[in-house]
Design a protein around this ligand. Structure first.
Ligand SMILES: Cc1cc2nc3c(=O)[nH]c(=O)nc-3n(C[C@H](O)[C@H](O)[C@H](O)COP(=O)(O)OP(=O)(O)OC[C@H]3O[C@@H](n4cnc5c(N)ncnc54)[C@H](O)[C@@H]3O)c2cc1C
Ligand SMILES: *[C@@H]1O[C@H](CO)[C@@H](O)[C@H](O)[C@H]1NC(C)=O
Ligand SMILES: *[C@@H]1O[C@H](CO)[C@@H](O)[C@H](O)[C@H]1NC(C)=O
Ligand SMILES: *[C@@H]1O[C@H](CO)[C@@H](O)[C@H](O)[C@H]1NC(C)=O
Length: 414
């Protein structure tokens, strides 16, 4: 039988991680793996604009194994390929910060930190409510004021920080150097089947020339983040299944502070969760490369653009984030390096979908089983897609090969 050809739709961190691990599998030649993305600029989506904060165990039972696997893979990849230099991989500490004046009472935890923990359904709860930071181990770039408090969240060694944009770049480069094929800018427009009605080909539109080419394809992964429902419905028009994924927009800023530089990096990054006067819950991460990332402001009224590059930043949201940064960093003239708007793929249940879609749900397509064919989905990672990216890629590559998965994902099905 001919080598199965695998098409991975979407070059966000989920598609890239899957392509990366699949290219390491002895039974899949890298040249039989195809990445497809229509966005004129790569990484213009959530994976490029995310904070890049990683947690090992802030998850409920459904995600527990995947979270641990993923955290370990992040560490191993960074050790193996110099992740510290290449994508700013560094250990981090979690901080719940309450300003004295906001009138929340001393010792009250930042609500977003709480939210994050609850959203992940974290089992253990906040570590060490009595543990506090001192000037030595706390975030030196945060402006302290009278009556404020900083509490430790997360266990030592269970948090890390990356620059997700540079991690995506590394993964793509690693895939390409192994022989994985990239179709970009391009879009899958339809699928074809053989005499047995099994998935056998894919039509790819070159969006710069409008030329269409048809290529053999027996394995298909939909890892197009918030775009996954429309991608599935376009390719399987006969299916009644609607992938239960929607989008939640979020703005972000990258700023600099004279109090966060190379010297401070030696002591590790900090992830600060707090509550703002303006009624939202900022998340602020110090990252390598002397930058501080500010986000936490959701914009549920912004709907998904057809291309990631067509996102239109809302200036008032950026102004709000900037004001928060000025206040928390205590700098009037804050230097804004980059602003962003991107769309998290979210599910109602709060956990991603990592699954093979049953042939009966494909609306007229069959697939050959046991590693030779199949239609898969890996999307809906919500606020945790960078953290769970490598684990997802590993597990999806195993699922595509028809092998047992390295993490128990039995509760992440469709
Ligand atoms: C403000 C913000 C901060 C965040 N911070 C963190 C954090 O600190 N830590 C963390 O773990 N997570 C964080 N996240 C979540 C994380 O960014 C996402 O969960 C993750 O990036 C999702 O990755 P993805 O590959 O599924 O989707 P995406 O990154 O959205 O990628 C989807 C890709 O599919 C492509 N595509 C669209 N249509 C098609 C098509 N028809 N064919 C092929 N490709 C297509 C798009 O162009 C895009 O490249 C954050 C998210 C936001 C919004
Ligand atoms: C689109 O076509 C042009 C011209 O033939 C080619 O150079 C480019 O590589 C093609 N892009 C894709 C994604 O196939
Ligand atoms: C922001 O979005 C997150 C999910 O990513 C959610 O848990 C949180 O409640 C939202 N906050 C607001 C203020 O809408
Ligand atoms: C995976 O987890 C489910 C639910 O907790 C459990 O029923 C199942 O036995 C586990 N599978 C394996 C292979 O451990």
């Amino acid at each position: 039988m001919a080598t199965p050809q695998t098409f991975i739709l979407g070059t966000g961190i989920i598609g890239l991680s899957t392509a990366y691990y699949l290219s390491l599998s002895p039974s899949t030649p890298p040249s039989s793996i195809h990445l497809v993305d229509p966005s004129p600029t790569l990484f213009a989506s959530a994976s490029g604009f995310a904070g890049g904060f990683l947690a090992e165990d802030w998850f409920g039972a459904e995600l527990e194994e995947l979270g641990r696997l993923s955290f370990r893979l992040h560490r191993e990849l960074a050790e193996q390929y110099g992740g510290r230099e290449k994508w700013g991989y560094l250990r981090s500490s979690g901080v719940s910060y309450s300003a004295g004046k906001v009138g929340m009472g001393k010792g009250r935890r930042g609500e977003r930190g709480e939210d994050l923990l609850r959203q992940g359904g974290r089992r253990g709860g906040v570590v060490g409510v009595s543990e506090v930071f001192n000037d030595e181990n706390g975030p030196t770039w945060l402006k302290r004021e009278e009556g404020d408090s900083m509490e430790v969240i997360g266990e030592e060694g269970s948090l890390a920080q990356v620059d997700p944009f540079r991690l995506c770049k590394f993964l793509l480069q690693a895939c390409l150097s192994r022989g994985v094929q990239l179709h970009h800018p391009a879009r899958a427009i339809s699928l074809g089947k053989d005499m047995r009605d099994e998935l056998s080909s894919i039509k790819i539109l070159n969006t710069s020339t409008n030329a269409v080419s048809e290529m053999p394809c027996t394995r298909l992964l939909i890892s197009t983040g918030a775009w996954s429902p429309q991608v599935f419905s376009t390719l399987f028009p006969g299916s009644k299944l609607k992938l239960p994924i929607s989008s939640l927009a979020g703005h972000s800023l990258v700023v600099r502070s004279p109090r966060w530089g190379k010297q401070q990096e030696e002591k590790g990054c900090h992830a600060v969760f707090t509550t703002d006067e303006a009624g939202y819950s900022p998340e602020i991460f110090s990252r390598m490369g002397e930058e501080i990332y500010v986000a936490g402001l959701n914009s549920s009224s912004l709907s998904l653009p057809s291309l990631a590059t067509e996102s239109r930043i809302d200036e008032s949201s950026i102004a709000k984030l900037k004001k928060t940064a000025q206040r928390l960093l205590g700098e009037e003239d804050i230097e804004v390096g980059r602003q962003g708007l991107c769309y998290r793929p979210v599910t109602r249940r709060g956990t991603p979908i990592l699954a093979r879609i049953e042939d009966e749900k494909l609306g007229g397509f069959g697939t050959s089983g046991s590693g030779d064919g199949g239609v898969f989905v890996a999307a809906g990672h919500g606020p945790w897609g960078i953290t769970n990216s490598l684990g997802t890629g590993k597990v999806m590559s195993e699922m595509i090969e028809g092998e047992e998965t390295s993490a128990n994902i039995s509760r992440l099905g469709l």
